[in-house]
Structure formats: structure tokens, C-alpha cells
Design a protein around this ligand. Structure first.
Ligand code: NAD
Ligand code: MG
Length: 398
């Protein structure tokens, strides 16, 4: 019987956090929750602690940590509560933890992902922004510290599952890969006119046709920025140049991505659109465990459709290719501008089409610089946030 593995789940109250805990509960003989972290959702964290009794819990601020402590005093007296961004790094590098689930949203997840990598953990990577910001540095650190970085993003997990394992390193081998193709659902506005997209509300943008996700990634899916961020994520995860990374729109989200090999073979991973499958595959890899997801019944899926992405109506995808071409800090700049723009859209301050406009203007205003260190990346992130705020106020007064 496999030994029990201990988990730290960073972003435990979110969509990926909940799906991970669902899979863990289905496999109690294999996994145990050691530590949980969240931002401000004290209610949600209280419920998770009551169910999973972690040794450690962390909230972003001392105030939220204190509220959680009060609530846990009677029901979970053994759960120690920490606070602050540094506590995420602590949880990510605990000796007692085998697997770290990096499921925080946005650049806020980068430092703890890096801490887990530097502690040589098995890292289940949902926080794609970590690789968008600092992919090259992160992959190098993973190699130096013997960390095993397994993608949870459904497309990258699909590719990971399709790749052969190199006998020597025990890692996926892309040497015989001609190219990979990320599938994109096209989001809720596929086929909508530009005028209709311009008037779309945050709730419409978050009503994804196939996947149930957090609000930030839902908006990214609606602008196709998500696919752009995933291109950058794939570039570093699989060490493939941009010209060997493709995107195809596949509205049913049944094929999660494909890998074309030099001999003309193409392998694909298929499944219902439910994140518990890639999470279970990443948790147990190279083994398999039940995830609670039903099997595909191909006889009931009448057809699978494919079409090229429309980069005119959805320019964010092209911006990601541009950032890859520019290299250096360009991807960090794009990511930061996008985080600010998406938040402004969710707050009702701008329309959906203005997200791409802000991203483009910030990239134009801030040419790429070398990204030799995390400091370079953090500085680019800060500059881009300021520039995006400036662009937002210019748009408001235009
Ligand atoms: P979400 O908004 O549902 O959850 C985010 C989680 O992060 C919450 O638990 C929140 O408390 C925590 N968090 C946010 N800011 C934090 C901070 N500063 N400090 C500590 N915790 C913080 O988001 P999600 O949809 O679960 O996405 C999480 C990540 O996974 C994102 O990077 C997203 O791109 C990626 N991802 C999500 C899906 C999906 O289906 N939801 C699929 C692929 C990839
Ligand atoms: Mg994805």
C-alpha cells in the first residue's frame, strides 16, 4: 500500500482548492491535509478546518487570522493559525509536507510557488501566473532543487499525460515533439459581435459554458488572455519555442490538448471538463486514483468541433505571442497589466474590450528589460501595475 502523503493547499477556499479537497476526501488512505491557506474568507476557512483538521492554517492579514483563531478555539484547538504573505512560504516549505498545491490566483502566488520549488516538493501548479512571471527562473530552480512541478491546468496536464517519461531523469521528455496544440473553449463570447462583447457584464463574462472557475480566470477565458497566459506557461513547462505552440478553439472542451510527434502521430487526452481529473492525475502521477468524475461516453457526444482562434476580436492571444517574442520582462508586464484591467472590469469600471486595450498600451509604454532575477521580475510587475492604473485613469477621462 502507498504511504500517506501530506498536503499543503495554498488557495484552499478557491475553485481549485475545493476541487483538490474533494479528490483528497475520496482517497483518505493516500492523502492527509497538513496545511491550508486562504486570503480573507474566514467563514470558508473555518468550515475547511472543521472538516480536515490541518496542523496549520494561514490567512493573509493578522485581523483575519485572529478571527479564524477565535472560531477554531473550540472545534480545532490543535490548528495553529499564521498570517501574512511570509506564512505562505512557511507552509510551502514545511518538512512534514510532501505535496504543495499552488492554487492562489495571480502574481500573489509566485513567491510561495518558488518556496515550494526551492524546498524540493512535488508542486501541483495551478497558479499559471508564477510561470508567466518567472518561468525560466522557476524551471531552473525546480531542476536545481529536485522539485517535481506537475501542471494542474487542464491543457498542460493533458500534454503532461501524453508525453513519454525520460528513463534517466524520470521527467516528461519533449525531444520527439514536433508541436503541441492547446485547446481553447472560446469562452462565453465566442461568436458574439464586437458590439455585444463591448456591452458584456462581469456576470456574463464569468458564466463559462463548460468550466466552473474563479472570477479572474473566467474573465481571462472570455478575453482569451487565459489561452495567452497558457502559451507562456507551456513555453517554460515543456521548454518549447513559441513557433511550436499552437492554439485551436474547441467549444466542447472534451479534448484538453494534443501533442504532435515527429513521426506524424498526434496524442490527445480526453475527459469531461472537470478539474478534479487533472488534479487527481497530478496528485497520483504516475499512478491513478479515483477523482469522482464520470467517464466519457463518446457515443453520447455527437460531435467535436474545431476552429482557428479569432485574434481580431480577441487580441489578448496575440499579445501573449508578442510577449514571448520580446522575452525578458514582457510577460510579467502583460500579466500585471491584465490583473489590474481584469479587476477594473470586475469592479464595473471598464468594458471587456478595454482589457486588451490597457494590456496593449502598457506593453507599448514599457519595453521589455532583461529578466535575470526575481527582483527584475518584481520591478517589472510593479511598473506595469502603476502604468495600468495610469492608463485606466486616462481612459476614464477620455
Ligand atoms: P479562486 O479565485 O476561486 O481562488 C483563489 C484562491 O486564492 C482563494 O482561496 C483565495 O483565498 C486565495 N488567494 C487569493 N489571493 C491571495 C493572497 N494574496 N494570499 C493568499 N491567498 C490568496 O481562483 P481559482 O479559479 O481556484 O484559480 C486559482 C489558480 O488556478 C489561478 O492561477 C488560475 O489561473 C488557476 N487555474 C484555475 C482553474 C479553474 O478551473 N478554476 C483552471 C486552471 C488554472
Ligand atoms: Mg486551462
Amino acid at each position: 500500500m502507498a504511504e500517506i502523503k501530506s498536503l499543503a493547499i495554498l488557495g484552499a477556499t478557491g475553485s481549485i482548492g475545493s476541487s483538490t479537497l474533494d479528490v483528497v476526501q475520496r482517497n483518505p488512505e493516500r492523502y492527509r491535509v497538513h496545511a491550508l491557506a486562504a486570503h480573507r474568507d474566514v467563514e470558508g476557512m473555518t468550515a475547511l478546518c472543521q472538516r480536515h483538521h490541518p496542523e496549520l492554517a494561514a490567512m493573509a492579514s493578522p485581523e483575519h487570522a485572529e478571527q479564524l483563531r477565535e472560531r477554531l478555539a473550540h472545534c480545532c484547538p490543535h490548528t495553529e493559525v499564521l498570517s501574512g504573505p511570509e506564512s505562505l512560504n512557511t507552509l510551502a516549505s514545511l518538512e512534514a509536507v510532501d505535496i504543495v498545491v499552488a492554487a492562489i490566483v495571480g502574481a500573489a502566488g509566485m513567491d510561495s510557488t518558488l518556496a515550494a520549488v526551492q524546498a524540493g516538493k512535488r508542486v501541483l501548479l495551478a497558479n499559471k501566473e508564477s510561470l508567466v512571471l518567472a518561468g525560466e527562473l522557476m524551471m531552473q530552480q525546480a531542476m536545481d532543487h529536485g522539485a517535481c512541478l506537475i501542471p494542474v491546468d487542464s491543457e498542460h496536464n493533458a500534454i503532461f499525460q501524453c508525453l513519454p517519461i525520460d528513463r534517466q531523469s524520470g521527467k516528461p521528455d519533449t525531444r520527439r515533439v514536433a508541436h503541441i496544440t492547446l485547446t481553447a473553449s472560446g469562452g462565453p463570447f465566442r461568436g458574439w459581435s464586437r458590439e455585444a462583447i463591448a456591452r458584456a457584464t462581469p456576470d456574463e463574462a464569468c458564466a463559462h459554458p463548460n468550466w466552473s472557475m474563479g472570477r479572474k480566470i473566467s474573465v481571462d477565458s472570455a478575453t482569451l488572455m487565459n489561452k495567452g497566459l497558457e502559451l507562456i506557461e507551456a513555453r517554460w513547462l515543456f521548454d518549447l519555442p513559441p513557433e511550436r505552440l499552437m492554439v485551436v478553439v474547441h467549444p466542447q472542451s472534451i479534448i484538453h490538448s494534443t501533442v504532435a510527434f515527429v513521426d506524424g502521430s498526434t496524442l490527445a487526452q480526453l475527459g469531461l471538463p472537470d478539474m478534479r481529473t487533472p488534479i487527481a492525475a497530478a496528485l497520483a502521477w504516475p499512478d491513478r486514483i479515483p477523482s469522482g468524475v464520470d467517464h466519457l461516453d463518446l457515443s453520447r457526444i455527437s460531435q467535436l468541433d474545431f476552429e482557428p482562434p479569432d485574434t481580431e476580436r480577441f487580441p489578448c492571444l496575440q499579445l501573449a505571442y508578442d510577449a514571448l517574442k520580446a522575452g525578458g520582462t514582457a510577460a510579467a508586464t502583460l500579466n500585471a497589466a491584465n490583473e489590474v484591467a481584469v479587476q477594473a472590469f470586475l469592479d464595473g469600471g471598464i468594458g471587456l474590450l478595454q482589457i486588451a486595450e490597457i494590456n496593449q498600451r502598457v506593453m507599448q509604454a514599457l519595453p521589455s528589460l532583461p529578466a535575470n532575477s526575481l527582483e527584475d521580475v518584481r520591478a517589472a510587475d510593479q511598473r506595469a501595475r502603476q502604468q495600468a492604473e495610469k492608463t485606466l485613469s486616462e481612459l476614464a477621462h477620455a
